[in-house]
Design a protein around this ligand. Structure first.
Ligand SMILES: *[C@@H]1O[C@H](CO)[C@@H](O)[C@H](O)[C@H]1NC(C)=O
Ligand SMILES: *[C@@H]1O[C@H](CO)[C@@H](O)[C@H](O)[C@H]1NC(C)=O
Length: 433
């Protein structure tokens, strides 16, 4: 019972899918009986529907301005000459043909930078359905031109497109249209460097010198660079280096290390730049914000050497040489105030030293002894405070003070500039990317 069922079932499926060599040979001799001419197009105006099936994004080369993808095209069109009734040929519903047997559209990838030629594949069979529907799926690796915008590198997003165009047959003879919305990504495999964030298909047209229009289809790919690698290998070292540059102003002049330190950070940044410079895309159409940022850090490093030299120059001046008025004004009244140099401790010593000695006995001798004791105690602590800073706090603003004010001022200025430029760079990058 079960066996007979199986046999029946098998017989059923076989008879549905009926293919015998004899039947198909028979069908072929009927279809291609000498009346079929592969140069004659199927209709006056034929529309070809096309879909791009993406396998991989191979490369987006900024320097070469090229974009390479692997995939295959699905093309569909109707040819009424190639239709038959399946039952009449023992249920044969599909036959296959190679590209030389049939009429097929002439299409090119019109922005290709490699293999600019009519799309063909002699080994891919064309599937012909019994309604005359022809399906052709030639695979290929397409390298096309793409103009990248590297302004926001390495947080950039690029849009590249693959343009497929009718060649030879103009728009009134052959039109191209979209088979499915977008690009088929079912078989897509991730790229290590780029995230495919969007894809779409657009219909366009091109006009030649004779004003003939040609159908065109654009497969657009929007890719975002994966910036993880650049964080660890490019941005982090530069940011750390720029922070180290600022620290030269925190180093006391007495240590004798200032020059060595500032030159070393400058040198290490130069070495870092040579290591990463080949990763930075080199085009002159747009300047990358990362290049601007690196230049700022480099200039800051070079300026730090100059400023440290000045700081040391001030520090080691002989003190018997008077400080010129303008330097005193600049460093004491402007920069000194800005960085609060000695001003903050001075402000508690409002009462001048010389006057305060006799005041308590005169003014407060009527008050209680406890009050007076407290006052004296406070006076004594104030004296102690003053004795340490008294000599400088009056008017002796010497060269060492200038160098210290300059150092403190520069340290704060550098921290401000570095923080704001780094934040600005990262903000611009995250906005653009
Ligand atoms: C198709 O093949 C079957 C089985 O081989 C045969 O009986 C039938 O006559 C064939 N039909 C035609 C149209 O050749
Ligand atoms: C070609 O096809 C496109 C999309 O299907 C359509 O918008 C356009 O009108 C067609 N062109 C002609 C000349 O028929």
């Amino acid at each position: 019972m079960f066996i007979t069922f199986c046999v029946l079932f098998l017989y059923q499926t076989v008879s549905l899918d009926a293919f015998t060599i004899a039947n198909e040979t028979n069908l072929r001799s009927h279809l291609f009986n000498g009346n079929y001419n592969a140069n004659v197009r199927p209709e006056q105006m034929l529309t070809i529907r096309i879909l791009f099936n993406l396998l991989t994004v191979n490369e987006l080369n900024i320097k070469e301005q090229s974009f390479e993808v692997s995939g295959w095209l699905t093309m569909l069109w109707d040819d009424s000459r190639l239709s038959w009734k399946g039952d009449e040929y023992g249920g044969v519903n599909y036959i296959f043909a190679s590209q030389t047997d049939l009429w097929r559209p002439a299409l090119v990838i019109s922005n290709a930078v490699k293999q600019f030629e009519i799309i063909e594949d002699e080994y891919t069979p064309l599937r012909i359905g019994n309604q005359g529907r022809i399906t052709w799926e030639p695979p290929g690796i397409y390298k096309v031109s793409c103009t990248p915008d590297i302004t926001y590198y390495p947080f950039d997003t690029q849009t590249c497109h693959l343009t497929i165009q009718s060649w030879g047959y103009n728009l009134l003879e052959l039109n191209v249209s979209v088979l499915e919305k977008g690009i088929n990504l079912k078989e897509f495999q991730e790229n290590g460097e780029w995230d495919l964030i969007d894809s779409e298909t657009k219909v366009g047209q091109s006009t030649d010198a004779k004003n003939d229009e040609y159908g065109q289809l654009l497969f657009c790919f929007t890719l975002r660079r994966k910036s993880q690698y650049y964080w660890l290998n490019m941005l982090l070292p530069v940011i750390v280096n720029s922070i180290l540059t600022a620290l030269v102003f925190a180093l006391p002049a007495e240590s004798g290390e200032k020059m060595g330190y500032s030159l070393t950070t400058l040198l290490s940044f130069a070495v870092l730049l040579t290591l990463i410079s080949d990763k930075i895309p080199s085009t002159s159409t747009s300047t990358s914000i990362v290049v601007v940022y690196f230049s700022v850090v480099l200039v800051l490093g070079a300026m730090a050497v100059i400023f440290s030299t000045m700081v040391l120059g001030f520090y080691f001046r002989e003190n018997d040489e008077p400080v010129p008025f303008y330097l005193r004004f600049l460093f004491k009244n402007i920069m000194g105030r800005l960085v609060c140099y000695k001003k903050c401790t001075e402000s508690s010593n409002v009462v001048p030293y010389g006057l305060s000695e006799n005041q308590p006995t005169e003014k407060q001798h009527t008050g209680s002894t406890i009050k007076r004791d407290m006052y004296l105690q406070r006076e004594q602590t104030q004296l102690k405070l003053k004795s340490s800073s008294w000599v400088e706090s009056e008017d002796d603003f010497d060269w060492k003070d200038i160098s210290k004010v300059f150092d403190t001022f520069m340290l704060r200025l550098y921290i401000l500039i570095i923080t704001s430029s780094t934040a600005g760079f990262l903000a611009a990058g995250s906005l653009g990317g």
